[in-house]
Ligand binder design. Structure first.
Ligand SMILES: [Ca+2]
Ligand SMILES: [Ca+2]
Ligand SMILES: [Ca+2]
Length: 180
């Protein structure tokens, strides 16, 4: 039987976003990576860099709130799967992909130069609990033309594949690290 590649990727994404690994995603899960990534870059809590990252993550969380179907402030795996199914079958999926790409880009492009470097991407994934070798490998896959940096358009190509491609070899599958 063919494996459901998209479903496996969504499970991976849930695990990455549940940063305190307690089985559901809530707002607190997005404080940790912002603080971790800023710290990795040598910027303390409440520094400008940290607050900027936290703001980007708060945007990500507010974008996910509709997935919390019963409005209890927590996204369970069931809500996650259901929310994704609704989103991907809806008319506004292309719009959602565009918004998701922009929000993600602002979380990852920490120096704000309009490109994502290998180091920025690895730091982002490590902030979500992926180990560094796998984070580096993920960037290598997503940087499909070997440019060494990703533009927002390059990231969007990966985001689209992540959410839609059932091809096990699609580079975009690696957006949230190893997915199998
Ligand atoms: Ca959690
Ligand atoms: Ca809920
Ligand atoms: Ca950058």
């Amino acid at each position: 039987m063919a494996i459901d590649v998209v479903a496996q990727k969504m499970t991976r994404m849930f695990d990455n976003f549940d940063t305190n690994r307690n089985g559901y995603i809530d707002e607190a899960d997005f404080f940790r990576p912002a603080a971790w990534i800023a710290g990795r870059l040598g910027h303390p809590i409440r520094s400008e860099m940290h607050l900027q990252l936290q703001g980007a993550y708060e945007k990500m969380w507010s974008h996910l709130i509709p997935v919390d179907a019963d409005k209890d402030g927590r996204i369970t795996r069931a809500e996650w799967d259901q929310g994704f199914r609704q989103m991907s079958s809806g008319d506004s999926f292309a719009l959602t992909i565009g918004q998701a790409t922009s929000i993600l880009f602002d979380c990852v492009d920490t120096d704000g130069d309009g490109n994502i470097s290998a180091e920025e991407f690895a730091n982002w994934l490590c902030g979500h609990g992926v180990d560094r070798p796998n984070a580096v490998e993920s960037f290598r896959r997503l940087d499909r033309r070997g440019a060494g940096v990703m533009s927002k358009a390059d990231l969007k190509e990966g985001v689209v594949e992540f959410f839609t491609s059932q091809d096990p070899e699609a580079p975009g599958n690696w957006l949230h690290g190893p997915w199998r």
